[in-house]
Design a protein around this ligand. Structure first.
Ligand code: GDP
Length: 628
């Protein structure tokens, strides 16, 4: 079983000391209607590689600095954005020594060629300087010196890396790394100076990349236009595989499905899944017997099945899952990667790690009187987990109404829970047809892999057992033919050279010997080894949770949520982007300059709302108010 070591070592107390954000259950008024949810919450099944949605709408975009200098109606939205980016870059070089108007004219006459614009401005400047005093001439040289610097860096960039190493301008904040600023919107994909991720005034309402450098690459094109990569090919001649055919072969025609088990602490998640694995033959009788003996000795006999998934001493001692336990099992038509997420509120970030990688979820609720209510109401994690998985893109859910033995398999109790939960899940954005309820007993093993024969249940329930339900989940679309993308969920040092990262391959595939580009560090490395379910493999593809052993890069540069990608088709990095946001519940209105925390997978970064472009209708998505 693979575990996320780094995540475990994290001190959550420090993060949540002041506002115990994650410890709270979600209030009723956080809920949204299904139609609203459908509008705003993305579905990973429908949109497997959409890391960020590019908004097509033409917003009434006003450049911050140039409104008064150019007849804005003559420029398209994209041109205005390019102009702004060029001006940003010129300001970096020229400071305030040249009037805005002169820069705008230079950019427009050079057709957004920032280098040419800079040259022309400096040439003009020099002419004037010649007839001025000596000081002015020196100042002119100094400015030129800066330009030469940037030219030098450009020459270097042409020779060595694909996306050059970036210098950090501005102060670093929190976990900000050096973010290379690849031209995001226009797909220029050329190296240039970047900002730190936490740089001041990074806007979250717009995707506004810095100008591509050199400027002739500022062009609107759908496909990335990278110059041939200088990435070194691995020594061994690698045979390209037909990944689709290999996948078919590997999975025996079965679909791969990532399943996360969520629910309030003590709902019986580990017991349920541990027992399911045992019944499937994934845990042998001897091991199970050992767990039974050991748990009995420890005075925790009822936790024997939970020990299948709760591996560590501390987890067993405390009787709670802390980490994300990961294992594999098969159904008739699927290969399932099972992630058992912790239910305790202290470990919500670990739960998010699991949920962020899941395609579908099993929500376990405790049917016992008072216990369901405790998990469902304020302070419980049932609602919070439900909302979290939905907002992380999970659309299909099986609800295991567990510990039904405790309530004598009463139909009324089952119905009561189904109706309470059903209402909530609908509001949370789950389609009714995508949610199934199964009465179970994790401890007794009833209704897990075969339909229960217990007469108390069969007299009112004829539906699927848990395994049948898992088998009938719709498989997600995997983007194996897209460029490689893996988001790091853990980094650790292993024996031998290099280091390891774990994560789910979101798109594409990887082979041993491949060169990968890490972003934002913007450095390449070589894949020395791949492990899938702790087994070494030669390749892995979209949907797989893997451990990659990497060499040629310093571990220090890699953090959780870094992206490894194909060097030829790198992920776009930007410091500003447009986003549609859905506001659940706020105490103070959001305004321009509003500081926010931006969460992505398991990291969060401070950001600033630069501009509120418009207010959209909650259901239709139409613009109801411009310049909000
Ligand atoms: P988790 O925190 O959700 O993973 O819960 P565990 O699997 O650790 O279970 C918590 C407790 O509930 C343990 O003592 C289990 O034996 C007990 N439990 C789990 N499932 C059932 C069940 O179906 N029936 C009964 N009676 N007890 C159960």
């Amino acid at each position: 079983m693979a575990r996320h070591r780094n995540v475990r070592g994290y001190n959550y107390d420090e993060d949540f000391e002041e506002d115990d954000l994650y410890g709270q259950s979600v209030e009723d008024d956080f809920c949204i209607s299904p139609s609203t949810a459908a509008q705003f919450i993305y579905s990973r099944r429908d949109n497997p590689t959409a890391y960020a949605e590019t908004l097509e709408e033409k917003y009434d975009y006003e450049t911050e600095h140039s409104n008064d200098c150019i007849p804005s109606h003559q420029l398209t939205g994209a041109e205005k954005a390019k102009l702004d980016l060029c001006l940003d870059h010129m300001r970096e070089v020229l400071g305030k020594s040249v009037p805005e108007k002169v820069m705008v004219e230079a950019v427009l006459s050079s057709k957004f060629d920032v280098q040419q614009a800079l040259d022309s401005v400096l040439a003009q400047d020099n002419k004037q300087n010649k007839i001025k005093n000596e000081d002015a001439v020196i100042a002119g040289k100094a400015t030129k010196g800066k330009v030469r610097d940037s030219q030098t860096s450009r020459i270097e960039s042409d020779v060595v890396p694909k996306v050059t190493k970036m210098t950090v301008s501005g102060k670093r904040q929190t976990t900000g790394f050096e973010v290379p600023c690849v031209n995001a919107e226009e797909n220029g994909h050329m190296p240039q100076k970047g900002l730190s991720a936490g740089d001041a005034n990074v806007g979250v309402t717009e995707i506004l990349p810095k100008p591509a450098f050199p400027p002739q690459t500022v062009q609107v094109s759908e496909e990335p236009t990278l110059t041939p990569t200088s990435v070194k090919k691995s020594g061994k001649a690698k045979q390209q595989i037909d990944v689709k055919a290999e996948l078919e072969k590997r999975q025996g025609g079965k679909h791969l499905l990532n399943l996360v088990v969520i629910g309030h602490v003590d709902a019986g998640k580990s017991t349920l899944m541990g027992h399911l694995l045992y019944l499937l033959g994934n845990v042998n009788k001897r091991t199970m017997h050992k767990y039974e003996q050991e748990s009995k000795k420890a005075g925790k006999a009822s936790f024997a099945y939970a020990w299948v998934l709760d591996e560590t001493g501390e987890e067993r001692e405390r009787g709670v899952t802390m980490d994300v336990g990961m294992t594999k099992f098969e159904t008739k038509t699927k290969v399932i990667t099972l992630m058992d997420a912790p239910g305790h509120k202290d470990f919500i970030p670990n739960m998010i790690t699991g949920a962020a990688m899941a395609d579908v979820a099993i929500l376990v609720v405790d049917a016992s009187r008072g216990e369901f209510e405790a998990g469902f109401e304020t302070g419980g994690q049932t609602r919070e987990h439900g909302l979290l998985v939905r907002s992380l893109g999970v659309t299909q859910l099986a609800v295991a109404v567990n510990k039904m033995d405790q309530v004598n398999w009463q139909q009324e109790r089952f119905q009561e829970i189904v109706s309470k939960l059903g209402q909530f899940l609908k509001q949370a954005g789950f389609k009714e047809s995508d949610v199934a309820y199964i009465p179970t007993s994790g401890l007794g093993g009833e209704n897990l892999v075969t339909r229960s024969q217990a007469s108390e249940l069969t007299k009112w329930y004829e539906g699927k057992c848990l395994l049948e339900q898992i088998d009938s989940f719709k498989p997600p679309q995997r983007s194996v033919e897209k460029p490689f993308r893996l988001c790091v969920s853990d980094v650790f040092k292993d024996q031998g050279s290099g280091f390891c990262v774990t994560g789910k391959i979101e798109a594409g595939y990887v082979q041993v010997g491949d060169r990968l580009l890490a972003m934002p560090p913007n450095e390449t490395c070589t894949v020395k080894g791949i492990a899938l379910h702790d087994e070494p493999v030669d390749w892995a593809a979209a949907g797989d949770h893997v451990i990659l052993t990497l060499t040629g890069m310093d571990i220090i540069k890699i953090n959780v949520a870094c992206i490894f990608c194909c060097p030829k088709e790198p992920i776009k990095a930007c410091t500003r982007f447009r986003a549609r946001i859905l506001i659940f519940n706020i105490e103070v209105p959001i305004t321009k300059g509003f500081p926010v925390l931006l969460h992505f997978q398991t990291v969060s970064e401070p950001a600033t709302i630069r501009r509120l472009l418009s207010v959209l209708h909650k259901s239709t998505g139409e613009v109801t108010k411009k310049k909000a």
